[in-house]
Design a binder for this molecule. Structure first.
Ligand SMILES: Nc1ncnc2c1ncn2[C@@H]1O[C@H](COP(=O)(O)OP(=O)(O)O)[C@@H](O)[C@H]1O
Ligand SMILES: [Mg+2]
Length: 263
């Protein structure tokens, strides 16, 4: 018998893969044939100077914008033709650079509403099967309480979301994304405008969720956050891929340094 055993390591397919994605606004090529891969179980970073196309790329990955061309594969299936709530149902959710919480609703209501929107719940479900709906609502309330407790926001559950600090709103938005028990969460600048103590806490929550099996793709300007959290980083500049690799490699890449210095 040969000494070399067949490899026991399964080839890990990327959980999310974008191929040659492009989007223009008027004459501006915001995203220009961009590629990205997010491997299951990773915390992957997406960095680049202001205006590099990072948020636009997120919008294309989650289908808040339709690409001019290109392909997005999630779990091996094309998703670029699906609606955002259909993508969420498959386990891919995202947050926004400016947290989109409903200030006039309570923190708990924000959590429940998100789950409802993302499950594509229709009012006639309530009418057709009120018992099941009540049971689901109870389960979602329990899940929301659990998540709020885990991020230290449960004591604010009945407060208006508008009464939260900027950082707490960001945290609520991430907590809300966890309501659909996602496989992959895209976070757009989770640390922007957040005080250093809360940044560390948000980092700890992301790490803990990641350890429990959730994969993350994170746009972040704060290099300390990127360095401490990410396994792999993709760099975008002027809509195009500039580099990708381990955070320490990317940080020393002359092309990356140049792109940032040119800001
Ligand atoms: N909805 C839009 N309409 C027109 N131009 C846009 C729109 N969204 C983004 N852009 C432009 O696309 C480029 C990339 O923006 P964005 O994706 O927000 O970059 P980043 O998130 O990396 O800072 C910028 O030049 C920006 O002005
Ligand atoms: Mg942005």
């Amino acid at each position: 018998m040969g000494a070399i055993a067949p490899t026991a390591i399964p080839s890990t397919q990327p959980l999310l893969k974008a191929h040659s994605l492009s989007k223009s606004f008027g004459g501006i090529k915001a995203v220009d044939r961009a590629e990205i891969e997010v491997h299951p179980g990773s915390i992957t970073g997406l960095i680049g100077p202001n205006g590099a196309g990072k948020t636009t790329l997120f919008n294309l990955l989650s289908n808040f914008l339709r690409p001019d061309s290109g392909r997005v594969m999630f779990n091996g299936a094309a998703i670029e033709h699906l609606q955002p709530h259909e993508i969420a149902q498959r386990g891919l959710v995202r947050t926004f650079q400016v947290a989109r919480v409903l200030s006039k609703l309570s923190v708990m209501e924000n959590m429940l509403l998100a789950a409802q929107n993302q499950s594509g719940e229709k009012f006639w479900n309530v009418w057709l099967n009120p018992q099941r709906t009540l049971q689901q609502e109870r389960q979602q309330r329990e899940l929301a309480s659990e998540i709020l407790t885990s991020v230290g926001l449960f004591h604010m559950a009945q407060s208006y979301a508008g009464s939260l600090s900027g950082g707490q709103r960001k945290l609520l938005e991430i907590a809300r994304a966890m309501m659909v028990q996602p496989q992959l969460v895209l976070l757009d600048e989770p640390a922007a405008g957040v005080n250093p103590t809360l940044i560390n806490q948000i980092g700890d929550h992301i790490r803990r969720w990641n350890q429990s099996g959730v994969t993350f793709l994170i746009i972040e300007h704060n290099m300390d956050v990127v360095m401490s959290l990410c396994d792999r980083v993709w760099v975008l500049a002027e809509g195009r891929n500039l580099a990708s690799g381990k955070p320490s490699e990317v940080q020393q890449n002359p092309l990356v340094l140049e792109a940032y210095l040119g800001q």
